[in-house]
Design a binder for this molecule. Structure first.
Ligand code: AP5
Length: 216
């Protein structure tokens, strides 16, 4: 199964893609995670990407396309994968199509998480992450066992730099300008599958399961 999760920041792409990928036993490939790992390790990609990410801007296409296409070459992607947060521009979508044409493979569906923008700020402002990479929580929707502490290593949870309100507004504007037009692109390919994402995590997951069940 090869799927793309499309949606604005905070729509639940990561939350849903991780769950489904684990059930389908295929990798979830998040370009956000890939870039943050680069920032953490201090790689050339990470150093360049962090200039854009902290401000909420999209990282230039050439860098992201190169990183994602290299990751897709790895063996664990042979049985399928879920792309979370890629493509985000028309250039990226076209580069992906080109790479797939060479391999003679295609995307089964583009799952578009639909949610009113007014709900996103609360989701993003309340997210807290473990600085040691043990996962993420939400102060209201998924609170840790002890307030402000990672459930795994007890480190104080932190807020992602780009979850601050000023950066979130830039991310939403980038979504509207560069990513939302991809819905038309994939609708034209008859691959777009809208899902109502303004519901509890389990309800959204159920709707996605039903959709995926019809694809296989
Ligand atoms: P990335 O990490 O991909 O950020 P994003 O798309 O902005 O996605 P988020 O992780 O913020 O939201 P999400 O939709 O995954 O929601 P989540 O499940 O986490 O990218 C970060 C940056 O990297 C970009 O801004 C850009 O700079 C760069 N980048 C990445 N990919 C790129 C690309 N292809 N091209 C160029 N640049 C790129 O949930 C969010 C919160 O809501 C969580 O706290 C969660 O617990 C909560 N939540 C989730 N679902 C629900 C629900 N149903 N009900 C209540 N709360 C919920």
């Amino acid at each position: 199964m090869r799927l793309i999760f499309l949606g604005p920041p905070g729509s639940g792409k990561g939350t849903q893609a991780k769950q489904l990928a684990s059930r389908l036993k295929i990798p979830q490939l998040s370009t956000g995670d890939l870039l943050r790992a680069g920032v953490q390790s201090g790689s050339a990609l990470g150093r360049e990407a962090s200039k854009y990410m902290d401000a909420g801007k999209l990282v230039p296409d050439d860098l992201v396309i190169q990183a994602l296409l290299a990751r897709l070459q790895q063996k664990d992607c042979e049985r399928g994968f879920i792309l979370d947060g890629f493509p985000r521009t028309l250039n990226q979508a076209e580069a992906l199509d080109k790479a797939f044409q060479v391999k003679r493979i295609g995307i089964d569906a583009v799952i578009s998480l639909e949610i009113d923008e007014s709900k996103l700020l609360e989701r993003l402002a309340g997210r807290r992450v473990c600085p040691n990479g043990h996962g993420e929580w939400h102060i209201r929707f998924r609170p840790p066992r002890n307030a402000g502490e990672c459930d795994v290593c007890q480190a104080p949870l932190v807020q992602r730099e780009d979850d601050r309100e000023e950066s979130v507004r830039v991310r939403l504007a980038a979504y509207r300008a560069d990513t939302e037009p991809l819905k038309k692109f994939y609708a034209g390919q008859k691959r777009l599958r809208p899902i109502q994402a303004d519901a509890p995590v389990a309800a959204v997951a159920q709707e996605i399961e039903t959709l995926v069940g019809k694809l296989s």
